[in-house]
Design a protein around this ligand. Structure first.
Ligand SMILES: O[C@@H]1[C@@H](O)[C@H](O[C@@H]2CO[C@@H](O[C@@H]3CO[C@@H](O[C@@H]4CO[C@@H](O)[C@H](O)[C@H]4O)[C@H](O)[C@H]3O)[C@H](O)[C@H]2O)OC[C@H]1O
Length: 437
């Protein structure tokens, strides 16, 4: 019943363009914009779009000013076999954003997961994998050039302790895969904002420090990085406090990048309880409050808007109910209003979205690093890679030997951004670049 009312409401607004639609300006997105943010948005996915009630809710720009494809721009969706590209599903999401007048966050170019086995199984040498990665980035970013306002260039490059995650890119290329990836994306679409995106970096700790060091590393190489995406896949009752999130966001901003909450959901044991939903509402408000408090927190995305299409139950057994709309597409008033109110007041003259439930039921209407860069990415791409930790500052310990793997001399971990080709003879741990040219 509510679900069909929901459909009618949005269908009427979309078709008629009535006073109802004009008064519908209050919502999650318009409140975020009134608070100085660029957008409040939602992830979505191709299969869900045949659900007309769902699609109508997603198209409501009072709530959602931005969409992110959950899967259709990932490597396994775009380049299943080498140099054969398929952009069809991603185009559907890009076209939908354009049709709805929504921004598009594009996700994601280089990730260890949802990576086709022809890449993840390895077997490529350094130079070949760099060529493959750059080709993937160049062709994918070029295809959506001018449409993607943000790109998550690299996703989840870190372990929980802040060291690099061992994946095919790191194992073959070394940490230089990150600046190389960002440089390739910047060359393909200079106007897109380029993000590093990860989870469990939402409060201070080793992983957040690792992500900050990735920002420094990319800048040290002279590549462009514009932002850090904090996924924020949280658990009700165990989320970082607003102040912890705020100071952590500020630590990234201090490095000269913007930040965004990119994949927020707050799961709870299922079936959901009223008490946990109340807690969840508070937790949503804390993250909104943190973003609101940081001027350079530019936007906010929930990882789909309804429990009907949340990824959580399929991955975290016995958990779910993580989003502001339930699995019948009915708004959870407590959670929705907590988000709304955490953004602050509606813009002057806007209808008040907290009254929307009533309106629906009556069908009336509402609807720092500043280090000088001396090494070009081109040079790195053709001859270099490096390091086993994320710390860019090198110590000058003298070590002689043969490079056993990328960035290591005589088995000693190298901590600088430059590095040596496997098999190269080296004389000291520092100054790899001149040693290995
Ligand atoms: O259809 C789904 C997609 O929606 C899904 O999208 C990815 C979901 O999130 C991102 O990757 C996951 C982030 O969370 C990690 O688990 C964390 C483990 O530590 C916990 O403390 C934390 O609470 C958890 O979130 C997962 O291991 C990651 O996979 C990723 O950026 C999205 O693309 O992808 C799978 C599709 O089937």
């Amino acid at each position: 019943m509510l679900s069909s009312a929901f459909t009618l409401l949005f269908a009427a607004a979309a078709v008629v363009g009535s006073p109802v639609e004009r008064r519908a300006a209050d919502g999650l997105n318009t409140r975020a914009v009134a608070a100085g943010k660029q957008y409040f948005g939602s992830a979505t996915d191709n299969g869900e779009l045949t659900d007309t009630a769902y699609a109508a809710g997603l198209a409501n720009t009072a709530d959602f000013g931005q969409i992110t494809p959950g899967n259709s721009m990932k490597w396994d969706a775009t380049e299943k076999s080498r140099d054969t590209f398929t952009f069809t599903n991603g185009d559907v999401i890009a076209d939908l954003a354009a049709k709805n007048g929504q921004k598009l966050r594009c996700h994601t170019l280089v990730w260890y997961s949802q990576l086709p086995t022809w890449v993840s199984s390895g077997g490529f040498d350094n130079a070949t994998l760099i060529t493959i990665m750059k080709n993937h980035i160049t062709k994918t970013v070029t295809h959506w050039k001018g449409k993607c306002f943000h790109w998550d260039v690299a996703n989840e490059a870190l372990n929980e302790d802040g060291t690099y995650r061992a994946n095919v890119f790191y194992n073959t290329i070394g940490p230089a895969y990150l600046p190389i990836a960002f440089a390739a994306a910047a060359a393909a679409d200079p106007a897109a904002k380029l993000y590093y995106n990860d989870y469990n970096i939402e409060s201070a700790g080793a992983k957040s420090t690792g992500a900050q060091n990735i920002v420094k590393l990319i800048k040290l190489y002279g590549a462009k990085i514009d932002g850090v995406g904090l996924q924020a896949h949280f658990i009700a009752g165990s989320t970082p406090s607003q102040s912890a999130q705020t100071s952590n966001l500020n630590a990234f901003v201090a490095l000269g990048v913007e930040v965004a909450i990119t994949e927020l959901d707050i799961r709870q044991p299922t079936p959901a309880t009223a008490a946990m939903t109340t807690q969840q509402a508070k937790d949503y408000a804390a993250t909104v409050g943190a973003c609101k408090a940081v001027a350079k927190c530019v936007g906010f995305t929930i990882w789909d808007y309804t429990d009907k299409y949340s990824w959580i139950p399929s991955v975290f057994s016995g958990q779910g109910a993580a989003l502001p709309w339930d699995s019948n597409l009915v708004k959870k008033t407590e959670v929705y209003n907590a988000i709304l109110n955490a953004w602050g007041p509606a813009a002057t003259g806007a209808a008040t979205a907290t009254t929307q439930t009533t309106v629906v039921s009556t069908k009336v209407a509402v609807v720092s690093s500043t280090a000088v860069v001396t090494t070009s990415i081109a040079a790195v791409a053709t001859s270099k890679a490096a390091s086993s930790t994320v710390t860019p500052a090198a110590s000058a310990t003298a070590v002689a030997g043969t490079v056993a793997k990328w960035g290591q001399c005589g088995g000693n971990a190298y901590t600088g951004p430059k590095g040596c080709v496997s098999g190269t003879t080296c004389t000291k741990q520092n100054d790899w670049y001149s040693q290995c040219l």
